[in-house]
Design a protein. Sequence first.
Lengths: 330, 507
Amino acid sequence: MPEATDTLSGHRTLPFFRRNAETITIYMILCVIVGIGAAVAPRFTSTENLTNVLLQSVALGLVAIGQTVVILAGGIDISIGATISMVAVYSSGLMAGTSDPLVFVPIMFVALAMALVVGLVNSLLVSRLRVAAFIATMAMGAIVQGVVLLYAKRPIGKIAPQLSYFSDGMIGPFPFAVLFLIFAVVVTYLILRKTVLGRYIYATGGNERSARLSGVRTRLIVTFSYLFSSLMAALSAFFLISRMGIGDPQVGGMNYDLFDPDSIAAVLVGGAALTGGRGSVLGTVAGFLIVSLLNNIFNLLQVSTFYQWLIKGVIILAAVAAYGIQRRER
Amino acid sequence: MPDPQRIVEMRNINKTFGGVRALKGVSFSCNTGEVHTVVGQNGAGKSTLMKILAGDYLADEGEIYLEGKRVRILSPRDAQALGISIIHQELNLLPELSVAANVFLGREPRSLFGFLTESEMMRRSSEVLKRLGVDINPAVHVGSLSIAQQQMVEIARSLLLQARVVIMDEPSATLGTRELERLFQAIDSLKRQGVAIIYISHRLAEVFMVSDRVTVFRDGEVVGSRPVAEFDRVSLVRMMIGSSTFTEQFPARGASAGREVLRIENLSSEPVLHGVSLSVHSGEIVGLAGLMGSGRSELARAILGVLPCNKGVVRLNGAPVRFRSPRIAIARGIGYLPESRKEEGLVMGMSIMHNTALPSLRARQILGFVRGRAERTKVGLTATQLAIRTPTLLQEVERLSGGNQQKVAIAKWLICDPTLLIFDEPTRGVDVLAKTEIWKLMRALANAGAAVLMISSELPEVIGMSDRVVVLHKGRVAGELAAAQADEETILTLASFGESLSHAGSN
């Protein structure tokens, strides 16, 4: 055991690099991928392309942040994709039915409320009825997708023109959506690192029984995590309809093939443990940037989807295995 | 009594764990058709010896003979092949499979093409169960059976293995009276079939009901092995205790007790607690003794509101309380150190700092934000006070030694300034130095005015630390002893039999 006895000389803090070894590693990998991108695809480093990458990571980034909080608290959310589709079709569908230019605000609140109901039901299933998180959210995802298809089988509606600011607006040289994503990252970072709530999230995910016996209202914490994830899914949906101008019932991915696995992959690549209590939002940022960058590079190089999937899978496995080895060695 | 054939003999067994001699040249033997009970206090070495026989541990030195022939038992597989089977306290069954599938697990009969022959498994397992004198349908899931029935399934399993020696490790700890009778019937029928049974138990009353022969362990040695008829309750208890010399240093007792902090009146939580009453005063350490399953830990949980109560009142500083969750108990000044620090005491992947601060975070926040500097100062002070040995407080607790982990689990509550502390096994799995430090700390807390309720299986600890001892037996208070009356014999007798023996006398 590497324990020194220097209680009396005061407790040092670990050197920055050792304390953040995992996060630093993942950012180094991110840099390597950027380097490879620059080397193999000349257009990669152009300002438009990089802006484009960032814009493309907004939707995934938002839900990956939500997924991080759920996973840290010891759960998992695979109703995200369906929730995105639901918020997208209901808001665009309802917006199409009105000519009043300002009605889009209450409509967005209605859609957001629907998303929060999904999160609430998820958390009740998990924390009250003790259904395994994977099963509970998968079943909810199926139900929600059903509700979506009941309302629209194909892309419908139109978007209030004001809403397109979300995806197209610029503040100075920066796209509004990217700044919004950064804002969401900062807020989540502060919650997780600086607040009592954040501590409780880590404690609940790390060991629910210990946390409860230490006075943490673990069920409340679990509820918060699912509500937060649903909120992020709704924001992501607003961004997507703003960008596409229409509500697609499959925008979140059918058969769980888009936002659910990608968000989980981003969280895992970012170094979080699927068992909860370990990980960080900064790791997740690296995680979703890696996923987005790879997609971008593949597209620039016109790599077939077959290889895209294959390489994505290999990278997720490699990252998770690397963390496993690193942790066993310590 | 005729002397039947000797089936197992262990000679001169030595075993050391990290410098501690768990077995010091122990010899032990068992005959066919005999129930041989093994008793001794915690850490006396009885389980270690049985685990060596079952192949779970390897002896450092010594020989094992089976029917006079020298054998080597290097793994549980070897033991099984030799017809030695052990039934652990935690049963090893797959709850989702049928009784028959469990009985035959790993040795399923197969038809010509390698398919399982369900019907044959059903037929043969119901045959074995019948031989044990129990009525269990081999087709039902094991998960739907009672603990006692599951134990029967385990026994059936070892019968089918053609076991000639069956070791039962505290089979009765979780059984009720009726179930116990059924277990004894099954043991009886095994006996008649010539199986040797080695029965480990803490419940001395049962020892007299079931044994032919009793061997007593103490401090890694066999101190006596005789037919049960040559023992009575008093001589058995005395032999288990011996003239044990305390090597441990306990801190001196402090000032007299102050006002009453905790009072429990007639508290019941069926089926584990039946009308328990006790009180703890400020400045006092009350030891709560009792065997496993006597309701010690459950009492702590009932106080905290984790375990629901049917009857009775808990009073804190005179006012009746009924906590709905640990959070409220903490807010009212109760600190609870659970029995298992890994599962309940700590979040193993979190740092020392964050673990220590967890229960008191609410007191150090502004608008939901943790006051980082206040936290570092407070945790740093407490860590120094407890002499937690670590290079940094940002270290994850899973990387600390057991003693340091336990100190972190205690530090959590020190920060809260509790008026009542409930310590469940405060020094379990902790090195000697840390033990002494924890004892000193508990005494210092009491001297500073806290009321301390200490649950412990270690009799020397109970006697050395307590100002008063309450002994539980099967969910009831079997007796309450002042520090001067509390000796190992009295406590062990009360814990084992639920009553003091009139002819026990005094030493």
